[in-house]
Design a protein around this ligand. Sequence first.
Ligand code: BGC
Length: 399
Amino acid sequence: MNKTAIRLVAVAAVAGLGVAGCSSKKASTAASSTPPAATSAAPSASASASASSSAPASVAPSSSAAGGGGAQVGVILPDTQSSSRWEQQDTPNLKKAFAAANIKVDIQNALGDKAKFVSIGQSMIQEGVKVLIIVDLDSPSGAQVESAAAAAGIKTIDYDRLTLGGSASYYVSFDNVKVGQLQGSGLVACMTAAKIAKPNIIELKGSPTDNNATLFAQGYDGVLNPLYASGKYVKKGEQAVPNWDNAQAGTIFENMLTAAGGKVDGVIAANDGMGQSVITVLKKHGIKAPITGQDATVPGLQSVLRGDQCGTVFKDTSLEATGAATLAIDLIQGKTPDSTLVNGKTHDSQANKDVPSVLETPVWITADKVQDVVKAGQADPKAICTADVAALCTKNGVS
Ligand code: BGC
């Protein structure tokens, strides 16, 4: 059992929130067993789960405007198109984390619609949740929901993305500058292996409205800018992709490739979803060039095994979910979280303040490391090792 999972069970027990039927063994399983990719259903706008209910495992549409009804914690996820992680990783991992603590949670997805995001927030506030956890679509709409929650005496947690100018009590995420550093150094390792002199690089950034995209860019810029400055690498272009729109990423990349005279040797793609679009464009033009990614999605891991993608950043969202659940329980109980859990601070440049943070560590995954994601319970080998990838799984020990 990892540190956060131990703490989650301990806090729930002390808080009297009920861990009936939840032995420490079960909690450990909850944090790391069934691969989410195998259990998740098709994207849905809403899901609610409780350990006390007998059928929490499947994603079911909310039956009322108020959502899950009687939930102690509300979670608003951003969309289903910018990354498969929100439905396939975070939703099942959050369900498991809250089920392990016997907390009723109402998880809904704003489907990329800011007005819907705000109205879900309002309905959860009316529903009487004690804590609201959000992944914002942009900072203004996120801050709006957080200030409405604060006015109703409800505490908020920023999950994965920091809401600039917001009022969340805590931020739970990964070291996002490190995510970018791993993308930069991963790409450099692949360029070196490919022995390309003076490689031409194109950079495809995440959404300009996502603070994480800024942090990722800080990370890979730190690695690549000195190489551009010394003339060892050539930067052929850099562009942000609004809302991390995967399809638009392909169009933007194709235009950049044309502007670069069709010459590209390596690509920073800020996540796996955008990476898939880049790979499609590269194949169309008959170009094989290392690209990066993030999220360890099934298509991303398959591309890594095929050698179409240089690597992906694995962020074990079961740790993020467990951290958020632990903090939510502390907030409900009015307790100060364990100092080993809240391990950092993140600067909110708009409010000019530091937000106490739980920051997990990202990992760079190349073909020989895909099995690490499987071992962590965060990817289903049956989903990865299909068709042409089966032999590559055998070769790389993925099972
Ligand atoms: C997350 C990434 C995700 C991206 C698009 C970022 O804020 O950290 O994991 O790929 O949003 O949803």
